[in-house]
Ligand binder design. Structure first.
Ligand SMILES: [Zn+2]
Ligand SMILES: [Zn+2]
Length: 140
């Protein structure tokens, strides 16, 4: 089994600090589905599996850094988790910035469990990578 590249994010809620792993391939393929080049995504909204806060994270381009508390890419061998994803639209009219929200999931979760989880996410003030505020009422 070959190791796969993952994004390792640190939850931005300082009281939490949970590490969140999402496969790079998942985020890149979702860019393609949306009709963007994979490199078009510079940031993603990520829902923390522990505290449920949703925050925007820049997608780190480089490998492990010495600073252990910064988002980075890692290579891991693990059962592929997949992420729930939904498009987010920026509140600014005509903003074309690509953005989606991701959350770690596993294959054992039922549809009901996913819906129940989505319902308790805590939406901070989110800004698209271009700096515009994203409205909270995102129902998808
Ligand atoms: Zn958290
Ligand atoms: Zn925007």
């Amino acid at each position: 089994m070959q190791p796969d590249p993952y994004y390792l994010f640190y939850c931005k809620n300082e009281a939490c600090g949970q590490t969140i792993l999402l496969p790079v391939s998942m985020i890149e393929s979702s860019a393609i589905i949306q009709g963007f080049r994979p490199t078009y995504f510079s940031a993603a909204a990520v829902s923390c599996p522990k505290c449920k806060h949703v925050n925007i994270h820049q997608l780190p381009q480089d490998g492990p850094a010495d600073d252990s508390q910064s988002d980075r890419r890692v290579l891991l061998r693990r059962d592929v988790d997949y992420g729930f994803l939904a498009p987010l639209s920026c509140g600014k009219e005509f903003c074309q910035t690509a953005l989606e929200v991701f959350a770690p999931r596993n294959r054992r979760m039922t549809a009901e469990e996913k819906i129940a989880d989505n319902a308790i996410w805590i939406w901070e003030e989110l800004r698209c990578p271009s700096g515009h505020v994203i409205p909270k009422s995102q129902k998808r």
